[in-house]
Design a binder for this molecule. Structure first.
Ligand code: ATP
Ligand code: MG
Length: 432
């Protein structure tokens, strides 16, 4: 029996893990400059943590959740997204307390699970990087979060980005808009997709998010939520736009964008990009917004929040498309060639000593002849080869060859173990 990985999962192999780390490290460094700190929450939570926050009519809850009863009959779900778990942790650990700085700013990165139809850039186990900031209603914080996403993509070398913005307003704005939307959609009830029929009265905004062809014409002509914003909500949105202008961050406003999760209000945004691997047109790689009320929904006090999540797999497809050069740290400093049985133990000792000084070092483990060992050193792209033969053992020396120039010198086994650094810095005539 040969096993295959479950549908919609991927093995991330050496050669690719370096690219993942490049993305993750770039994000960590950037988030540090914004003073966001890392949080790690469980990969599974009680089902209600997600059902209460994402909304009963969301795709995630209705179709995509990996949920099950555990052996203790608890209803558990693998996390489909990062925000709900972070909010649960925020409440449970009382991170809103006076001893914590406000806004409380965190980021996370890790696997998420959604039962979806796998395709390019859409998996069942995928990975997100996300940030959350709690405890300020200021539009400045919305802008800060948006700028972090944009700056991350820029730092990674992506340019062709489109930032789409909308405001869902506050509760009053939404209630008014909801009523207007139902009034607009009701006459077309029979023409809507089955899914949208169900959603029309439960959550009409969700109809705007429909991916069904037959709903699209109604989406296009729907009333705009921006016409229903209260003065406060309007002022908030205006400030977000002004401050984005101030920072020179371009955006387009799309009043039909509602996002797939129920918990958003005020500012919502998506960062989109065109990519061959992700299908034609613009694809969303990052999405986020404000979620005032979510902390209360999970039993905490009235504390607002704003954040985003981005998909690492989609980001990597893009980086590949755009041929952004990414590091590959499989380089090797020294390959130690041991010739003959007698050199075996010394080879081990020397390799270990060089490693202990922080250089990467490797050797043969398969009893290869010298010729075979040199071939491997070549394939591993070793910067130096150090050869220990029987006669060298006797004289307690070895030959060190710099592969780039071909220059070879004799060194003592003692100094090579004690101070490899100064050998390569000072003993070769061609020092570059
Ligand atoms: P879509 O409309 O493409 O289904 P979404 O609205 O469900 O996206 P979000 O829940 O906002 O996506 O998640 C934020 C980001 O996470 C997405 O922009 C995408 O980059 C990534 N993402 C979401 N679902 C998947 C998935 N199944 N596989 C890979 N990446 C995903
Ligand atoms: Mg989705």
């Amino acid at each position: 029996m040969r096993y295959q990985k479950p549908k919609g999962t991927a093995d991330i192999l050496p050669g690719d893990t370096e690219k993942w780390r490049f993305v993750e490290d770039t994000a960590r460094k950037l988030f540090k400059t914004y003073q966001y700190r890392e949080i790690r929450t469980p990969m599974f939570e009680n089902f209600e943590v997600f059902s209460r926050t994402s909304g009963d009519t969301s795709d995630i809850v209705t179709k995509e959740m990996y949920d099950f009863k555990d052996k203790g009959d608890r209803h558990i779900s693998l996390r489909p997204e990062g925000t709900a778990g972070v909010v649960r942790a925020f409440v449970e650990n009382k991170l809103y307390g006076p001893e914590y700085n406000k806004p409380y700013k965190v980021y996370y990165m890790g696997p998420m699970y959604r039962y979806e139809r796998p395709q390019s850039g859409r998996l069942r186990e995928f990975h997100q990087i996300g940030v959350e900031a709690f405890g300020s209603d200021s539009p400045v914080l919305d802008v800060e979060v948006i700028s972090m996403a944009i700056n991350l993509f820029k730092k990674l070398g992506l340019s062709d980005l489109r930032l789409t913005l909308n405001s869902l307003g506050d509760k009053t704005s939404r209630d008014n808009y909801r009523a207007a939307l139902i009034e607009y959609l009701e006459p077309h009830f029979e023409e809507l997709s089955e899914e949208s029929k169900v959603r029309l009265h439960k959550n009409p905004l969700r109809v705007l998010d429909s991916k069904e062809e037959q709903d699209q014409q109604f989406v296009a002509d729907a009333p705009s939520i921006l016409d229903y914003l209260t003065d406060d909500a309007k002022a908030h949105f205006e400030q977000v736009k002004q401050q984005l202008d101030l920072l020179g961050i371009d955006y387009v406003v799309d009043s039909t964008m509602v996002r797939g999760l129920d918990y958003y209000n005020h500012t919502i945004f998506e960062v989109m990009t065109q990519s061959k691997s992700l299908g034609h047109g613009y694809t969303t790689i990052c999405a986020g917004g404000r979620y005032n009320g979510l902390v209360e929904e999970l039993g905490g006090p009235e504390v607002s929040g704003v954040g985003f999540g981005l998909g690492i797999e989609r980001l990597l497809l893009l980086l590949q498309d755009e041929q952004v050069s990414m590091p590959n740290d499989d380089d090797l400093d020294v390959f130690v060639v041991g010739i003959g049985e007698a050199a075996n133990a010394m080879t081990l000792k020397v390799v270990q000593a060089i490693r202990a000084k922080g250089f990467s070092s490797d050797r043969d483990y398969l009893d290869r002849k010298p010729k075979g060992q040199f071939k491997i050193a070549d394939r591993l792209n070793a910067k130096y080869t150090l050869t220990i033969g029987e006669s060298e053992l006797e004289s307690k020396t070895a030959h060190l060859k710099k592969m780039a120039s071909g220059e070879e010198i004799t060194v003592t086994l003692e100094e090579v173990q004690q101070d490899f650094q100064s050998i390569i810095e000072s003993k070769f005539s061609n020092k570059k």
